[in-house]
Design a protein around this ligand. Structure first.
Ligand code: ZN
Length: 657
């Protein structure tokens, strides 16, 4: 996902009042029905100073399922308006730490979903009527209550079993605990697949944005979803919509037809995927095959501008078809770059769909939402804003390659918990950098350096409270970096610092002869070894250690603890000072004397910093300097000739202050 500005929402509000909010009564019922239900303890504390503290111990499902928290124990101060709002404490059980079993990959599910078969009718008034058949398998003996994520505006009318017999369900009003639970008449036996039919209808999934264009609002909760992004299932999706419109969904388009006034399309995922989405509108289609990767690329664009831009003179000149062609060419280039660097993605097709939002993109298996801004050129953006906003230019440059890269990061390889989301967002962001380095032609140096400078600024720039996103906490904290004083810290650490961590590994693995060969081998291995399981920070570290180069083995134990402790589990960022002298040496060679100083770190902080020289063809790498602690090093090097310039970290590969 790539979002330009975040709507500030109180973090605990997002966590506790979202589509999967707890219905305490339903949770209690689950325990009453199953004598051996996994233990849990909820305490709601109404104090004088803190009026709504919540303490949870939940053994199987995790303390905060809304966060995919692997931890079991939480203390939350629910105070959305206050400055102390947030998750104060989140931890594994003491016994797990002492037995070294605490892990981000613990199975949190009570039931596993195998298959979703969903038929959705969208009426002319944008109301949605659906029937979903959900096939699942119990993972914990005796469980009778299933909890689903479903937009509270979608009201469930009926739940039945395989024989068509009615089954009880709980869905309080949308203003109360509007989450959706199903109560089975008996606990199904372990190891047996069962299924449920759910009928539901409502609005708020789609919002009209103008003639033939719609915002798809409930992006993951338009169907009853059992375990969110936490697992993969097969999807069989049928959509029936007014016949002038088209639905583009996930998987393969199996059939299309017109039935009376409805356009019918049938989509099937050949392999299990983590989530299903769709886009909807009066779309025109344009195809662009790619012979190199074998990918079938299709673009779906809107002929009409959404209402909010209809009066904008800047966008009057938008030519949807030719801009779509441009977006498809970007997609093709990025698919080639990602295939080369990361290996084959699990999909053969990609659908690039325009959506009326201006600053928001998202990626599904096979399906990409691009914001309308991705289809604008620099003249149009100039006319829109009256100036070149460099952050916005950056967003537009990055959004297509970022979203396309999510076919690998997030979909081919999932993430285990909130600790590990940087493996999706940071890696997608990194991949946008790869694109700028490899696909934009002559001006790549400028775009590429500006890209990393933008990321550096996002990580280190202080906000109105004087706090930089990087100061909010380590990358590994993910969403928990959000606090009233650091509202944008998740956005400005997970994405850019996540990208930087991967770029720094790449920089350290780079070799002048073999270039990115070692890095590519590591990334191919990472994708290959995680095809059917979610990646955690620790499982990625294990792959990186498998591919460690001699130079990176600073501790001499084949491990990268030093690097991960600094950059993933820590918050230090070094400052560098670099000076050099060039003196003629024998045979036309030149002696380079360098002085490198590292500061603002602790005594253990080690890094390999790349040095570059320009011999007339742009900055090229001549070596890496290792340095530890707050110290100064002098290094001499013999160069083959006189460089125009020597510079440390010329392409901003390493994060520095
Ligand atoms: Zn993203």
């Amino acid at each position: 996902m790539r979002q330009r500005r975040e709507q500030p929402v109180g973090f605990t509000q997002y966590l506790l009042q979202g589509e999967t909010m707890d219905n305490v009564d339903a949770d209690l019922l689950a325990a009453i029905y199953n004598g051996s239900h996994p233990e849990f303890f909820n305490a709601y504390l109404r104090g004088k100073k803190h009026k709504d503290l919540r303490f949870f111990v939940r053994i199987r499902v995790g303390a905060l399922p809304q966060l995919d928290s692997p931890e079991e124990v939480a203390l939350i101060n629910f105070d959305p308006e206050g400055m102390d709002d947030g998750v104060w404490y989140l931890s594994h059980l003491k016994s797990e730490y002492s037995h070294h079993t605490a892990s981000s990959s613990e199975d949190r599910r009570l039931f596993a979903t195998r298959r979703y078969k969903i038929e959705t009718v969208i009426a002319k008034n944008r109301h949605l009527f659906s029937t979903a058949t959900i096939s699942f398998e119990p993972l914990v003996a005796g469980e009778r209550v299933l909890k689903f994520g479903l937009l509270p505006n979608l009201r469930v009318t009926r739940v039945t079993d395989e024989q068509g017999k009615d089954i009880y369900f709980i869905q309080e009003s949308r203003k109360e605990d509007g989450s959706f639970y199903v109560v089975l008449p008996q606990a199904p036996p372990l190891g047996q697949e069962r299924s449920l039919n759910v009928e539901y209808a409502g609005d708020k999934v789609l919002e009209e944005a103008g003639e033939g264009s719609f915002y798809v609002g409930a992006r993951t909760s338009w169907y009853p979803n059992l375990n969110g992004f936490g697992e993969r299932a097969l999807y069989d999706l049928t959509f029936k919509v007014p016949k002038r419109y088209k639905v583009i969904s996930v998987g393969q388009l199996k059939a299309e037809s017109i039935e009376q006034d409805l356009a019918v399309s049938h989509w099937v995922t050949p392999n299990p995927v983590a989530v299903a989405g769709f886009n909807y509108g009066d779309y025109q289609r344009l195809d662009l095959p790619d012979e190199i990767t074998g990918y079938k690329i299709s673009g779906y664009y809107l002929e009409q501008l959404p209402n909010q831009f209809r009066r904008s003179p800047a966008l009057q000149s938008m030519a949807p078809r030719s801009m779509t062609k441009y977006a498809l060419e970007q997609t093709r280039a990025q698919l080639q770059i990602c295939s080369m660097y990361f290996g084959k993605s699990p999909y053969d097709e990609i659908y690039i769909t325009e959506q009326p939002n201006f600053n928001f993109g998202q990626s599904w298996p096979n399906l990409v939402y691009l914001p309308i801004s991705a289809y604008t050129d620099s003249t149009q953006r100039w006319m829109l804003f009256g100036q070149i906003d460099s952050k916005f230019t950056g967003f537009v440059q990055e959004v297509t390659p970022h979203e396309v890269a999510h076919q690998w990061w997030g979909h081919a390889v999932g993430w285990a918990s909130y600790h590990d989301q940087w493996l999706s967002e940071g890696f997608a962001e990194f991949s946008a950098g790869l694109y700028l380095q490899n696909a934009v032609g002559e001006k790549w140096r400028k775009d590429y350096i500006e890209f990393w400078e933008r990321l550096q600024k996002r990580i280190l720039e202080k906000n109105n409270f004087g706090v930089a996103p990087n100061d909010a906490g380590p990358l590994w904290m993910g969403l928990r970096l959000i606090s009233p004083r650091t509202e944008n810290a998740y956005q400005n650490v997970t994405y850019p610092k996540g990208a930087y961590v991967l770029q720094m590994l790449r920089s350290m693995m780079y070799d002048n002869d073999d270039q990115d060969k070692a890095f590519m081998a590591m990334m191919h291995d990472f994708v290959e070894s995680h095809r059917d399981r979610a990646a955690s920070t620790e499982s990625f570290k294990a792959i990186a250690e498998k591919h460690i180069t001699k130079r990176m083995d600073i501790a001499g134990n084949g491990r990268l603890d030093w690097f991960f402790d600094e950059w993933v589990y820590g918050t230090q960022v070094p400052k560098y000072h670099f000076e050099y002298q060039l003196t003629p040496d024998e045979g036309g060679k030149v002696k380079l004397h360098m002085t490198l100083a590292q500061s603002e770190v602790d005594e253990h902080f080690a890094m390999l910093v790349p040095v570059f020289a320009d011999f007339g063809k742009g900055m090229a790498r001549i070596g890496q300097l290792g340095i530890a602690g707050n110290s100064t090093r002098n290094v001499d090097l013999i160069l083959p000739g006189q460089p125009k310039k020597v510079a440390l970290n010329a392409y901003k590969d390493i994060l520095e202050r």
